[in-house]
Design a protein. Sequence first.
Length: 254
Amino acid sequence: MTNRIDLQGRAAAVTGGAQGIGYAVAARLLDSGAAVALWDRDETLLAQAAASLQASAPGALVLTVAYEQTDPDSIARAVARTEGELGRIDILVNNAGISGPTMPVVDYPLDEWRRIIDIDLNGVFYCCKAVTPGMIARGYGRILNVASIAGKEGNPNAAAYSAAKAGVIALTKSLGKELASHDIAVNCVTPAAAKTRIFDQISQQHIDYMLSRIPRGRFLLVEEAAAMIAWLVSADNSFTTGAVFDLSGGRATY
């Protein structure tokens, strides 16, 4: 039995919501009473995720939206469709991202650097920029950006991912200050690695390195990330904004 955050009547959009942390967050938000739009580029995974969520939460309102994280016009269409179907977007969880190759900076392909920065950082900016006008107009909103412990400390052989996530942390702090007077909270979490499909993109050597750095001695559970995020996007989080919440299992104590 988990504690239930009150999100009754709220409408949420979760990017990368068809799998991993995004899926776990969507499930937790639905359980808390929110209507949820799953945003993802994979329409097959979206359909499977929606069917699974509705089977576990009969009567829950789940909308699927196919979009492209690196295309501001696609994101604008996703916002318009979500607001049209759900009435508004009270909550945005920016979870979509990729890890990219694991190799030293000297060998890192330029096109891969650009791709990871575009998805993991620029895409978060595009999504934040697209939802904030509606939140400002309504005088309420919660934005949660999923960064990474790599954004705090930098992982060797993962410079693009680390740099992108560091950028997400700084973006969160800036936007949190800009929107503080509108009852819009903007925060981020910095997870250590969780066993999701992102592991398929990472070498076993890098996986072993990440595990060796976690004092808890295990990987993050996606449900643990969802539990923290559910509170951060609730009305109970009425004061804290522009903050970084650690999910590193003790790896970072700052």
